[in-house]
Write a protein that binds this ligand. Structure first.
Ligand code: HEM
Length: 205
């Protein structure tokens, strides 16, 4: 039976597992809403848990390329788009929860420019929009060489979002620092790989 276990099956199993894992924060949140376990400020609790899910999935998305390098399995890259779309999904819910449950849909310009941490969040969110819109195979083909540079905006977005996360902290920032170290490592390995790959032709020459 194991002999029939193909690469496609492995990819399917990993994709389904990641899909279900990405739904867990939403299911936990729904369960907390149903049992009324949201603390004294439900609006803030909902907004925070959706933001946290978006950021954690953003880090998970950035993990896919290092995982491929470390394991040699190209399937991780095939899971990246799905995780990226989940980031956008949670980010949209996060912003909608903020507007609906905290500040209202009144003067949106004033809302989004009110505080530095909101400006950072909005910048991170705006950068996610073109990535989500161009995530289909069709768009990838249509954009050709331009697709990859555009999708590098994810790095800038992740930095804005981390600053947003750090800035909104009231006192203890240890959690934000841990996430920051993880993000920094994920970005630094890319700088390292980019440096190594750009040096290889020079060495050969
Ligand atoms: C227009 C865009 C955004 C707005 C208006 C916004 C707003 C907010 C607000 C009001 C909070 C809660 C602050 C508090 O507790 O007082 C928050 C926290 C947070 N947001 Fe955003 N946000 C935006 C974009 C994003 C994006 C794109 C992400 C991630 C991809 C994100 C991730 C987070 C995280 C991780 C937290 C902290 C949650 C926690 O403390 O557990 N936000 N945001």
């Amino acid at each position: 039976m194991l002999a029939n276990w193909s690469k496609t099956t492995t990819l399917r199993v990993v994709k389904v597992a990641l899909f279900l894992a990405a739904l867990v924060p939403l299911l936990i949140l729904i369960q907390r809403i149903v049992v009324g376990d949201l603390g004294p400020d439900p609006g803030q609790a909902i907004t925070e848990s959706l933001g946290k899910a978006a950021f954690q999935l953003l880090l998970a998305t950035l993990f896919m390329t290092p995982l491929r390098k470390l394991t040699g399995w190209a399937g991780w890259i095939r899971c990246r788009r799905m995780l990226g779309l989940f980031v956008f999904f949670y980010a949209v819910l996060h912003v909608m929860a903020f507007l609906q449950l905290i500040l209202g849909w009144g003067d949106l310009w004033a809302t989004f420019t009110r505080r530095p941490y909101i400006i950072m969040g909005a910048a991170g969110f705006i950068l996610l929009v073109p990535l989500a819109l161009t995530s289909t195979q069709k768009m990838m083909k249509r954009m050709g060489r331009g697709w990859k540079p555009l999708h590098r905006l994810i790095y800038l977005s992740s930095i804005f979002v981390w600053l947003h996360f750090l800035w909104q902290a009231r006192s203890d920032v240890s959690e934000m620092v841990i996430y920051g170290v993880v993000l920094m490592l994920l970005l630094l390995v890319r700088v390292y790989w980019f440096g190594v790959s750009s040096l290889v032709p020079l060495k050969k020459a």
